[in-house]
Design a protein around this ligand. Sequence first.
Ligand SMILES: NC(=O)c1ccc[n+]([C@@H]2O[C@H](COP(=O)([O-])OP(=O)(O)OC[C@H]3O[C@@H](n4cnc5c(N)ncnc54)[C@H](O)[C@@H]3O)[C@@H](O)[C@H]2O)c1
Length: 258
Amino acid sequence: MTISGVPEVEEMKGRTALVTGASSGIGRATALAFAQRGVRVALADVDGDGGHETLRLIRERGGDAAFILADVTQAGQVEAMVDEAAAIFGGLDYAFNNAGIVGTPSSTVECTEDNWDRVIAVDLKGVFLCMKYEIPLMLKRGGGAIVNMSSIAGLVGLRKNIAYVAGKHGVVGLTRAAALEYAQAGIRINALCPGFVRTPILMLDAMPAMERRYVSAEPMGRLGRPEEIAAAAVWLCSDAASFVTGHALSVDGGLVAR
Ligand SMILES: NC(=O)c1ccc[n+]([C@@H]2O[C@H](COP(=O)([O-])OP(=O)(O)OC[C@H]3O[C@@H](n4cnc5c(N)ncnc54)[C@H](O)[C@@H]3O)[C@@H](O)[C@H]2O)c1
């Protein structure tokens, strides 16, 4: 670790990370950021084309990675994903449980049971299942670091997205609970709470008018960049964050400070 707390390349070199939702947006940017530090990255996603594009981008830059097709809502697939990642790279040091969806924007009364079940399955149960199978591997290794993807919607309420807000609040809760369970086993578990970040999940191509609303909610007057979230995820995994666990870190341009 350097005095400034910036993770050094050498510290992470040769370690292994698993990133879910690695085919796009923040997951892709984080996979690239890990690879840039010499971390070998298992990329997991339901989107094979996007996953292979992330793989190509990493290899083009001289990094080491593998793509695993997996749906985080399915326990069997999550177990196989984690086992495959460990088999390819010989263990697991870091995990970024990032895969997520927003579902159909709707008020509480309008939210269908299907929408609720789908969003909770991906955003909350998916994170639980990932940790369930990652932690035993980290215990075998004597430690590790997990970052679970929450959102500002895990810290404050937002209108017309009840399932997403509930799921992301749940991620903060399960992060805290698991962090306490494994604090003495050398596994740090934290949550990341981004503000509005320019990725396909915001559907700005389909709804360009929404950009002004997101920007006006952001005190910095701009959207976040995926690389800014990736930097925080990598930092939380690094030894620079060695005394940080059970924390929900907002990386939101000041949005929840309002
Ligand atoms: N972009 C933002 O403004 C923002 C803000 C806060 C939190 N987040 C969270 O960040 C995470 C990443 O989102 P993003 O912005 O990069 O969006 P994105 O849509 O670009 O990426 C999400 C990825 O998750 C994958 N995915 C979806 N369901 C899956 C499943 N069942 N199993 C495996 N993979 C699955 C998608 O295929 C996609 O590659 C999400 O959890 C999201 O809720 C995003």
